[in-house]
Design a protein around this ligand. Sequence first.
Ligand code: 6PG
Length: 242
Amino acid sequence: MNKVCRFRDEDELFRGAAELILELSAKAIDKKGSFIIALSGGKTPSSLYNLLAHMPFSKELKWKNIFVFWSDERCVPSDDEQNNSNLARKMLLNHVPIPAENIFPVQVQMSSEKAALQYEQMLKAFFKEELPVFDLILLGMGEDGHTASLFPGGEEIPSGILVSAVSKPGDKTKRITFTPEIINNSKHILILVTGNNKAGVLKNVLEGKSKNAFPVQLINPKHGKLLWYVDAVAAANLKSQN
Ligand code: 6PG
C-alpha cells in the first residue's frame, strides 16, 4: 500500500512524521517490546530529529525500547559533518535517554566493503532473521531520484545482498546502503520530500510513464506500507487527486 500525504509546509510535515513515529513506536512496543527504526541522512530529516528531541515527543517516546540503525552512511569519520549518524546524534540521540547499546552506527573506520558486510551480519544477528523486518525505515529522495545511497547509474547490486558498499557517481566518498531487498521488507517505509527543488523529480517518480526510471521507484514494500510525506512546494506539480 502506497500513500502520498501532503502537508501545508515543513513544520506541519515534520510534526506529522513525529506523530507517526510516536504512534508506530507505541504499537510496536506494546506488541513486541521494541521499535526498530532505520534513520536516513541528508538535510531533510534534521528538523524531524530536532522535533523528536524536544517535548512532547522526547518524553512520550519509550527510548529504552527503541533501537536505531541507519539506511545508509557515508564512509567518513563518525565525527565528520557528512556522517549521517553524527547528524542524528547531534540533533537527537545525544539529547534523549536512549541507551548507547540501542544505537547501531555503521563501522566507518573499516573499509566500505567490510563495513557493509559487518552491518549486514550484525543486522541478521540482531533480528535473528536472514531477512530483517524493520518497524520503520526512514528515507529521503535526492533531486536525481536517488534514495538511501541507491543512485542512478550506481553499481548493480546482486540479489540477496542486504547492505552494499557503493559510491555516488562523481563522488570519491564511498558509502554503504540498504538495498531494496531489505528496505522492501520493512513494515513501514516513510519517504520525506520537501522543497521546490524536488517538485520536478517527485512528479516524474509518482506520475511519470516510466516506473523504473529512478532508484526510489525500486521502493515497493512486499507486505508493509509506503508513505510519502511531501510538503506543498514539493507536491506543486502533482495532480490534485494524488
Ligand atoms: C544521504 C541520504 C540521501 C538523502 C537524499 C536527500 O546519505 O545522502 O540518505 O539519500 O536522503 O540525498 O537529501 P536531502 O534531505 O539533503 O535533500
